[in-house]
Ligand binder design. Sequence first.
Ligand code: GLU
Length: 305
Amino acid sequence: MQGKLYRGRFAPSPTGPLHAGSLVTALASWLDARVQDGVWLVRLEDVDGPRCVPGASEQILHQLASCGLVSDEPVVQQSQRTALYQKALNRLIQRQLAFLCGCSRKDIEGALAARGEHTERHHNAIYPGTCRPERGGLKGKPARAWRLAVPEASNITWTDLQMGPQQQNVAQAVGDFVLKRADGLWAYQLAVVVDDAEQGITRVVRGQDLMDNTPRQIVLQTALEMPRPSYRHVPLVLGEDGEKLSKQNGAQALDLSHPTEALSLAAKHLGLPPALGSIAERLQTWVNAWSCATIATLNAERDLS
Ligand code: GLU
C-alpha cells in the first residue's frame, strides 16, 4: 500500500434503505479511507434489478449525506456498466476460462446423487463440472449460465486486516461458480471484481458476511489479470435472532431525524470512543481513533508487501 493512493468504496445494493448494520460498513469504509488520505467512493450495486426497490438508491445516498458521508467521485451504478461485464466475460471465454452450462439446480443435485456425493455449501450443491468442455460441454442441452472454470490449483490464502490469515480451496469448496446467471443477470462476483479493478480500488472494507466471497473474487482477479485489493471485513450488527440485521428480521431504516445518534451507534459497534459535537466533529474524533487502531494494521501490511 505504501506510495499507492488508497481508493476504497462502499457498495450497497439498493434493495431497501440503509439500516444500522449497513451504516456500520459505510462508516468503517469511510474512516479507513480518510485515515489514509484516500478516496472514498459509493457504488450502487443494482445489478440484480428484480431485487432492487425503486427509490432506494436515492434514499441511500440521502441517508449517507445526512451522516456526512459523501462519495469523493460521481456515484456509479452497476446497471449502467453491463458493457464492462460483457467485456470481462469475453476475455474469459477467449482464454477458455469460462464455459456455458445447461444444468438446473435439480440437474446438479441429480448428478451429485448419481456419484454418491452430497457436497453442499450454504444449501447450494457444489457444481460437479458436468458441462465443462473437457467433459463434452452442453451435450445438446440448452445453455443457461456462464461459469468460471475454476483451476484445480485454486488454494487461495490471504490476510484479512480484521480477521487475520484466511484460506480456501475454491475448486473444492465452491467449484465452477456462475458469472452470468440463467436469467441473464450478471453475477455479483463478476460485477464486483470488474468494478473494483476498473475503479482502481486498493482496499475493500465490507461486512464479515461477505468474507466467504473473497477467495472467489481473488480467483477471478487472477483469471482476468486484475490487481488484488487488500481486504478488511468488519463485524456485523446482529438482529435479535442472532442473524445479520436485515429487512427480514426487522431492521429499521435509519432515522434521518437523528443522524448523529445513528452514527454514534455505528461508531460504538466499531469499538470507537464516544464523541461530541457536530457530525463533522464527531467524524474527526473517530478518524483519529481509527487512525490509532489501524497503525498496527498498516505496519503488518507493510511487512507483508
Ligand atoms: N452489494 C453488496 C451488499 O450490499 C456489497 C458488495 C461488496 O461490498 O463487495 O451486500
